[in-house]
Design a protein around this ligand. Structure first.
Ligand SMILES: C[S@@+](CC[C@H](N)C(=O)[O-])C[C@H]1O[C@@H](n2cnc3c(N)ncnc32)[C@H](O)[C@@H]1O
Length: 250
């Protein structure tokens, strides 16, 4: 098992929701801002995550750091909700309020819960078949979040992570980071009417998040099996999948 270290050290974005309700402040504009910053690419990435989840066998899905519920919307756009229990969770009540509105058509299957992905004592161990977290791991203490994911998953359960990653060509990656450093805070400032703090956290998170290979090793060190990843958009993001072993050590 990994030493999970101090929360600040393992939170790539150095973000603490207890100190700053920044995602709450931008909640109503979050979806538009995602389109602006990713030039619409987040839609492609999330469709791919949904496809991965739909391809798995599960009855109970927990989506951590769900934001406005984008992943669940896409999963339910591709598969039936019948007989399924889906939990959309986030720390921000304002994000959850938007997710609730967007997921209204599926209210018999989806429940909204305010949960901290780092510590979810109200979610019983081994109670979910699949756990997903998209663009949220870099703004949490990822080691605590991975530990919690492993705890709540049933043996054999699936973990699907969408997160910032690394372009394999170093120069291109550095150019991408320089472009983001220039554009993200400025666009964020303009788009939010002067509150660019969310985008400073996200930028910091993108810079300091481990490479796909490093995250693979971290997931394995936490005890996940069948760990693999797929780079998307040259490696700007990657989808990581893993399984909770059927038995300890497998
Ligand atoms: C960048 S948004 C991603 C939202 C959504 N998953 C998506 O892909 O669009 C990050 C979300 O993580 C939430 N968040 C931040 N820290 C969290 C934590 N410790 N536990 C759960 N959610 C958290 C924020 O409130 C925000 O809604």
């Amino acid at each position: 098992m990994l030493n999970t270290g101090s929360p600040a050290r393992k939170n790539a974005a150095e973000f603490a929701w207890q100190r700053d309700d920044v995602f709450g402040r931008i909640a109503s504009r979050y979806d538009v801002l995602c389109d602006v910053f990713s030039l619409g690419l987040h839609r492609v990435w999330k469709r791919r995550v949904a496809k991965r989840l739909v391809g798995e066998e599960w009855n109970t899905l927990l989506d951590g750091a769900t934001g406005t519920g984008d992943i669940i919307l896409r999963v339910l756009g591709r598969s039936s909700a019948e007989g399924r229990t889906i939990v959309a969770s986030d720390v921000s009540p304002r994000m959850l309020a938007i997710a609730e509105r967007r997921l209204q058509a599926f209210q018999s299957a989806v429940s909204l819960r305010q949960l901290d992905a780092e510590n979810m004592p109200s979610v019983p161990s081994q109670s979910v078949d699949a756990y997903s977290i998209s663009l949220g791991l870099k703004i949490c203490n990822r080691h605590l979040a991975m530990q919690e994911a492993l705890r709540v998953l049933r043996p054999g359960g699936r973990l699907v992570i969408l997160e910032a990653s690394n372009i394999r060509w170093g120069l291109l990656h550095r150019l991408y980071l320089a472009y983001m450093a220039l554009c993200m805070p400025a666009l964020g400032w303009l788009a939010t009417g002067g509150d660019a703090s969310a985008y400073k956290y996200l930028l910091q998170g993108i810079r300091d998040f481990p490479t796909a290979e490093e995250l693979t090793r971290e997931l394995q060190a936490h005890g996940f099996a069948d760990v693999s990843f797929e780079r998307l958009s040259l490696g700007i993001v990657a989808i990581h999948t893993a399984r909770k072993p059927w038995r300890a050590g497998i």
